[in-house]
Design a binder for this molecule. Structure first.
Ligand SMILES: C[S@@+](CC[C@H](N)C(=O)[O-])C[C@H]1O[C@@H](n2cnc3c(N)ncnc32)[C@H](O)[C@@H]1O
Length: 516
């Protein structure tokens, strides 16, 4: 009974006498994630008492919390605190079912893209769009997870877990999973079995254990699963998990021709949160971007697109232009790129060749660093291409070597600024600012005047990120101490570490003061 609920079962429950009818419907709706309907059923005469006796004393409270959360009443800062306590593995269960999809969103058929999410009414910058716990999540350290397993392996494991749930007749899981795109054309969605009301006695879906069921599940996983930034429980080293959520993968990918994505997401423990990063007009499509803005090779993004069966001609042309420049293209720069990028591409390519040959940055000399620095500064723009990410990562290490820690702090801040322009409020940006703040806190008392100034910027950007992600606003009204601890602990502790700056020890870093 516990996992057999679906819409047909709700109809069956209605045939019973009160208050059992209301109580079972409340339970069924709760199982299906429809917390508002569950609450309505709970309000029928004598149902509250019936559920306390037959389901549990805490059930009415859970339904009440679920209903409030599904109306958007979600205290994000509190969730971040909860996730930090749980080592970012999960948001504690007693914090509620956390299932919210803004009533301003609808799923619509879109030419050439299958289904997508479209705004039904105007959405303001910062509005919460989605909060969701996973349907299924593979975490590092789980018995079926493997150290250094690649994505194909994790996809396989996730598929097998979903298959088991289908075979166990987890009706709501089956309905949710097969409402997602399975990669086999954008027509009507496939279902293992059309559920009927006479299926009330936990039906075994037709087609269960068939090769078709497995292949469809594999397709759903391939096209909809999200990488989850986990850590290995014993080593605490970053290690990816893989999960399937319901609403998050309904959002399509913003191609370059669509402009910047208008939403962004973060993981708070196992919960995915989406907010609008720009005002979205009624009728406009809500778009995320599936690739990371920190991709340091075009191939990463091209691979992500290919895995989804998509092409992005503008991105491909940009990639080809940069590659032509880096491979020593002579003559005018290819049309996709401004002329100032050419010297940067050439200097970067020369330094990278040297670093590869000599197996490290130790062979790079000061004039090379200066050339890269000046050429980067002369070529700044609002976008952030993979070679620019690589240039900024190199400048950070080389800046530390030649100019000291203040230069490294400045280059890392520059990466965060560029990220903010390219993909506002992306988690990578939040993470970089929070990590910078940690370095500054460790250096407190020994900061140069330049570093003090940079700290002000970092502090202000961390608070902007916090205001956005916790409240959906541009600034915090509460005093600094109230939010900082929870937000910064969450941002530092979750997600992956990134490049040299994340790994150099605080002590080694502090030993390289400079007068920059
Ligand atoms: C996670 S699903 C997104 C929802 C999906 N469109 C649906 O019908 O349920 C990813 C798939 O949607 C399609 N898709 C997403 N963004 C697209 C875009 N910008 N252009 C074309 N197809 C897109 C691709 O087939 C991709 O594999």
């Amino acid at each position: 009974m516990l996992q057999g609920f679906n819409k047909a079962c709700v109809e069956e429950c209605s045939l019973l006498g009160a208050p059992a009818s209301g109580g079972l419907r409340a339970q069924a709706y709760a199982q299906m994630g429809d917390w508002k309907a569950a609450k309505k059923a709970m309000e029928e005469p004598r149902v509250l008492q019936w559920t306390c006796e037959h389901v549990g004393m805490t059930f009415p409270m859970l339904v009440d919390l679920g209903a409030r959360q599904s109306s958007g009443e979600i205290d994000v800062l509190n969730l971040m605190g909860g996730a930090s306590i749980m080592q970012h593995v999960v948001v504690p269960e007693d914090m509620g079912p956390l299932r919210f999809e803004s009533s301003k969103l609808e799923r619509k058929e879109l030419p050439g893209r299958g289904l997508g999410v479209v705004a039904k009414a105007d959405i303001a910058l910062g509005e919460l769009l989605i909060a969701a716990r996973p349907i299924e999540l593979i975490r590092p350290g789980d018995p079926d997870w493997q150290y250094q397993a690649d994505m194909a392996y994790l996809e396989e494991v996730l598929t097998r877990r979903l298959l088991h749930r289908c075979m166990d007749c987890d009706a709501s899981c089956i309905e949710e999973v097969f409402s997602l795109f399975d990669g086999q054309g954008h027509g009507a969605r496939w279902a293992p079995h059309a559920w009927r009301s006479d299926d009330f006695a936990l039906p075994m879906p037709q087609g269960a254990a068939s090769a078709e069921l497995y292949a469809r599940l594999r397709g759903v996983v391939k096209h909809n699963a999200h990488r989850w930034p986990g850590k290995h429980p014993s080593s605490s080293l970053p290690a990816p998990g893989l999960g399937l959520w319901l609403w998050p993968p309904m959002i399509n990918h913003a191609l370059e021709s669509d402009g910047r994505p208008n939403c962004a997401h973060v993981f708070v423990g196992d919960v995915m949160l989406f907010r609008a990063t720009a005002p979205i007009r009624a009728g406009e499509e809500v778009l995320d971007r599936y690739s990371t803005p920190l991709a340091d090779h075009f191939e990463f993004t091209l691979h992500t697109l290919a895995a989804h069966g998509m092409r992005d001609p503008v991105y491909e042309a940009t990639a080809a232009s940069w590659q032509a420049l880096q491979e020593g293209f002579h003559g005018a720069p290819p049309p996709q790129l401004p002329a100032e990028k050419k010297p940067l591409a050439e200097t970067l390519a020369a330094i990278e060749r040297k670093v590869t040959w000599s197996n490290g940055v130790h062979s790079v000399v000061l004039p090379e660093y200066e050339a890269l620095r000046d050429r980067y500064k002369a070529s700044k723009s609002d976008s952030l291409a993979p070679p620019e990410v690589r240039a900024l990562n190199l400048l950070c290490v080389l800046g530390f070597k030649f100019e000291g820690r203040a230069a490294a702090l400045e280059w890392r801040s520059e990466l965060a600024r560029r990220l903010g322009l390219a993909r506002p409020m992306h988690f990578a940006q939040v993470k970089l600012w929070a990590e910078l703040l940690e370095r500054f806190e460790h250096l407190k008392g020994s900061l140069s005047s330049k570093e003090e100034k940079l700290l002000e910027e970092v502090d202000s950007d961390v608070s902007k990120c916090a205001a956005f992600w916790t409240l959906g606003r541009a600034s915090m009204e509460t005093s600094a101490g109230e939010w900082k601890q929870s937000f910064v602990d969450w941002a530092r502790g979750s997600g992956y570490s990134y490049e040299w700056f994340s790994t150099v020890s605080l002590e080694e870093f502090a030993k390289q003061p400079s007068e920059l």
